[in-house]
Design a protein around this ligand. Sequence first.
Ligand code: NAI
Ligand code: MG
Length: 488
Amino acid sequence: MSKPGIPTIKFTKLFINNEFVDATSGKTFEVINPATGTVLAHVSEGDKADVNKAVAAASKAFSRNSPWRSMTAFERSQLMQKFADLVWEHRDYLAALESADNGKTYANAQGDIFASVATFRYYAGWCDKIKGTTINDDPKYVTYTQKEPIGVVGQIIPWNYPFLMLAWKWGPALATGCTIILKPAEQTPLSALFAASLIKEAGFPPGVINVIPGYGPTAGAAISEHPDIRKVAFTGSTEIGHIIMEAAAKTNLKRVSLELGGKSPLVIFDDCDVKKAAQIAHNAIFDNHGQSCCAGSRTFVQSGIYDEFVQHAKKLASQIKVGDPFDPTTQQGPQIDQDMLDKVIGLINSGKQEGAVVETGGERLGTKGYFVKPTVFSQVQDNMRIAKEEIFGPVQSILKFKTMDEVIDRANSTNYGLAAGIITQDIDKALLFAKSVEAGSVWINCYDAITPARPFGGFKNSGVGRELGEEGLKEYLEVKTIAIKVGI
Ligand code: NAI
Ligand code: MG
């Protein structure tokens, strides 16, 4: 393959009923390359009128006796595998598109595409394994349950892992036989539109998948408020999670699954190999430029190794090469946009003002694009904003602790509960922590150990429901109980 760089952008229109179409309003919006701040493409801006058209197409695709509803589970699985094959065939192009649109390094984008293909294939395998039960509670009856697809579902995804979040949403929705209206984030619509072209090429019937780029308060709200959408799946901020749930409550009580923010603790005990622990903690926060819902954004280090740990953490962060996402030596690209740059810099400044110590970084890098110097704060206290709020940037906050009891309480003293990690050689400590921490995923002597088979989601304000694994299917299924009286 030739040297990767910004690719030709082939698809910029809405995808409804297997056709690429202009927005009803005729409007378009600019998609920006975050590495340069320049315009990559003009993409059709969907709103309520377009969501209505997409819902009509998805409803027709879900109607009784439609081609989609008439397929066997095996045929559905084959279609999903065919789509996964096409994604794999176009993986270099898709990675380049993702890198240009999001600013993540080309190598990281390749990793995301690989994980997405694994997710499609994992869920393709589930199509013919969705089962009900039989219930023998009364000899006069034969009773069984049947799992059925919920129907037309809306999916609203963020910009931090555009294609991977699409995979987490499409995998279970297609495996269960639902039909879909997806709204990618306004910052990163390009990989979803290319994926739509592959859906058509794979041979999915019209209306099964529709993609409507646009803004949250218009296209997004039209999805969460729509009376004919029976479920909405959302990944993004806790603030918008509240709005989505309220919209569902006020309209048709559509099912809601939410994957929201976090302030995940990673607890490091002084019995560990400090250098290895520092590397795990470093990756836990700096991966994807800190733009990860489960980022290990509170690094708790036991007092005996605190000073040594801070030195390792500082060295690792100061060695990160920040720059052009397509340069193979680059490890960190830009933040996604001006808003996020302002938010991250604002929180860094609050850390300085509240008395945390900047070990490295602590400011914007350059004036073009949205780059932030990898930052490490030591002497962070629980009441500082950098210890409480989701920064969503390359900023490590290192806190000191003395005892297990103390660190469990401090780890849990947040409204979030997405993930947690512990590094220790003592199995008793590891299991006590895993049992006591309020988080949907706990990683012991590792971090971000996510695969398609492992359920992922949040306790408390970090979300509702689970994605991935068998649990992820439940969010797209209704249970029907059928009782047959015998011998009447
Ligand atoms: P956001 O929650 O506003 O955006 C996520 C998605 O929701 C986008 O597709 C957006 O268009 C849509 N949306 C926005 N308003 C909506 C509405 N009223 N109705 C329906 N959909 C709506 O997140 P944003 O503004 O991009 O980032 C803000 C903060 O959220 C970040 O700083 C970070 O802390 C957090 N975040 C968390 C993510 C996660 O993976 N859990 C992903 C992205 C952001
Ligand atoms: Mg927002």
